[in-house]
Design a protein around this ligand. Structure first.
Ligand code: DAH
Length: 344
């Protein structure tokens, strides 16, 4: 019966080694099924008991019972230790959890400078009682030109280098002015709207010109509208956006859709004695504007005896470049992460 004794010893040592190396619940369960289950090694040893003589049974019976008790107790102790150490590890993790830690390598998002300036501008005009109007970027010849008093053969069309589509009379809008006509057709009078939006010009690109840029259109239609309403509105807006009391200068100009037409300059918000932004002139050209031409009002079916209006058009992209000191317009649509990161 030496072999049964050897088997008992072997069981003890292999069971102990297996238990020591079981470091998680899955491994522990594997040890249990291999050694202690009904089909495990211990049961196989117990099976051998019935083939022994009475004498031998007297010797090995108690030995096997002892082994059974010992192995089950050892297993339970090891299991409890493992659970405890797992709980301690979890607790330590929670205790050292730093809620303020930033994940290394995460990029924080930010608003694109054009979106940011657009929101600022919208907020200022909304506070003055304006509504936001919108129009399509693919326009018809009628809205982009005809209705704005720029007929097909008019030389003023040269002011807007146009991307024409293959479909006759369709184009990418060259300015936001067509939204004026859409707004007059849609909305009730009196009317005060702004329309920020993308425009397209068939132009060579350089640091200050792009084929895609943003404008901001403004339109007010009411009774008794005069040039002073226009100037006061522009001044209030410019002071709010640059947060400074700036001087304004008005020059006569020409736009087919306004009469009279003007251009507005402001004193440079960035210097007192000349800088590269104002090209050392102390003045910055900021927008085109004027009183809405009666033909434009008529095209939208408005009674010109009763109503008049003013309109203005800012370069929103230019405004963003001025406020954020961006020296190349092409950066705005470059998608360069190093550029965009600066605005977070
Ligand atoms: N649409 C003009 C342009 O693209 C800008 C402009 C000038 C808009 C005068 C106006 C305006 O509403 O009154 O150059």
């Amino acid at each position: 019966m030496k072999s049964l004794q050897a088997a008992l010893n072997e069981f003890k040592s292999t069971f102990s080694t297996a238990l020591q190396s079981a470091s998680d619940e899955q491994a522990l369960e594997h040890v249990r099924t291999t050694f202690l289950s009904r089909k495990g090694h211990l049961s196989a040893l117990m099976e051998q008991l019935k083939n022994l003589s009475i004498e031998e049974k007297r010797t090995f019976g108690p030995l096997l019972n002892e082994l059974k008790q010992w192995s089950e107790e050892t297993f339970t102790i090891h299991k409890e230790q493992l659970i405890k150490s797992q709980q301690n590890a979890e607790l330590a993790k929670q205790q050292h959890f730093d809620v303020t830690a930033t994940m290394p390598g995460t990029l924080r998002g930010s608003l694109h400078p054009l979106t940011h300036i657009k929101q600022q501008v919208e907020n200022i005009f909304i506070s003055m009682g304006y509504q936001i109007a919108d129009g399509p970027e693919v326009e018809t010849d009628y809205y982009n030109f005809e209705s704005l008093n720029i007929p097909a053969d008019h030389p003023a069309r040269d002011m807007w280098d146009t991307f024409w589509l293959d479909i006759p009379s369709l184009l990418l809008r060259t300015h936001t002015s067509p939204v004026q006509v859409h707004a007059m057709e849609k909305k009730q009078l009196p009317l005060a709207v702004i329309a920020p939006g993308r425009c397209y010009r068939h132009e060579a690109t350089d640091a200050t010109h792009d084929f895609l840029f943003m404008q901001l259109e403004g339109l007010v239609i009411d009774t008794n509208i005069s040039m002073s309403n226009l100037l006061a509105t522009c001044k209030a807006f410019l002071q709010a956006i640059f947060k400074k009391d700036l001087k304004m200068r008005v020059r006569p100009s020409y736009f087919p859709f306004t009469e009279p037409s003007i251009e507005i300059d402001i004193t440079c918000p960035f210097c007192t004695s000349g800088c590269s932004v104002c090209k050392f002139s102390r003045w910055i050209e900021i927008c085109g504007a004027g009183l809405v031409h009666p033909r434009v009002l008529q095209a939208a079916g408005i009674d010109t005896e009763k109503y008049s209006g003013f309109a203005f058009g800012f370069g929103l992209t230019r405004l963003a470049m001025l406020t954020y000191s961006i020296n190349d317009i092409r950066l705005l649509h470059s998608g360069k992460i190093e550029f965009l990161e600066q605005f977070s």
